[in-house]
Design a protein around this ligand. Sequence first.
Ligand code: ASP
Length: 354
Amino acid sequence: MKDCTRKVITCVFGFYVFFAISCKSDSVNSDMKHTSTEQMENNNVEYAMVIHGGAGTILKENMTEELEAAYRDALNKALDIGNEILKSGGSSEEAVINTIAFMEDSPLFNAGKGSVFTHAGTNEMDASIMRGSDLEAGAVGGIKTIKNPIKAAYAVMTQSNHVFLSGEGAEEFAEKQKLESIDPSYFHTEKRWNSLQSILEKEQEIGMNITDMADSKFGTVGAVALDKTGNIVAGTSTGGMTNKRYGRIGDSPVIGAGTYANNASCGVSCTGHGEYFIRYAVAHDVSARMIYGGKSLSDAAEEIINLKLKEVGGAGGLIALDKEGNVTMPFNTEGMYRGYVNNFKKYIGIYKED
Ligand code: ASP
């Protein structure tokens, strides 16, 4: 082959490769614009908190004005709780616990009071918390009688030698720590009971087991905070998935899956189809991509939620913040109840276009 022909071929091939790569990264970036709705650059952020109230098929056309207003109001109040604590120099632990406890007390979210029902008609809750300064963590799974599961998770972290307690043992421990225990009927809400009934009817019809995947609504709550000392804490609390059986526990109380915090990288709280989040170790993967791969917070989170999980059908989203106070909230579902606050700004979103 003549030298000039070879040069032309090399040139055309090089241009093709360049063009293909540009198109690929364009498609990833445009996807990112859709789903990772907020990411701030470091702007002397002194403190920050980011929250979620679950991701799923949350569409404006399916929402009444009153319900949307109720969600926005609850997210707003939740952010105010954390903001007051962090602004006045309180710790990220306090901010996360009080904010999550408030959301647990609201019937709007699938955590605490608003928890979904199991197949057996009970409410079984999971929660976890992790501290980024020393990688201490606490979690509870399958508890039925503790009013605020996030407080039980915190007690496990601070008052025991363990990380993860479950069932009656976890309840006994929480009671010994003087946490408020309550009759399980407190967790009964009509809306969640009706969701279980319609799934049970569907099961009868089709003759097989189903979990609440039909409308893919997940109402788990989570909060991640950075306080003025630079400590990051992440927490997550959930009732799990409607119609769950056999003591099923999802990702929310699993450290590294639903919750993770490390001051060297970030804090993360997830929501979505727990089985995927466990198998892909999602929360820890965000941190690992930052530490080992040198990724930014938003790129790390985006790659997992909108490439890796999306590819395999793992529906959900996450909230995360890094040590500079940058925040990201990607999701691969129609919507995610979410918001953040820092010493400059407050943001609340529900739909993709928010
Ligand atoms: N991740 C939770 C679970 O699988 C559900 C949710 O996020 O709503 O238990």
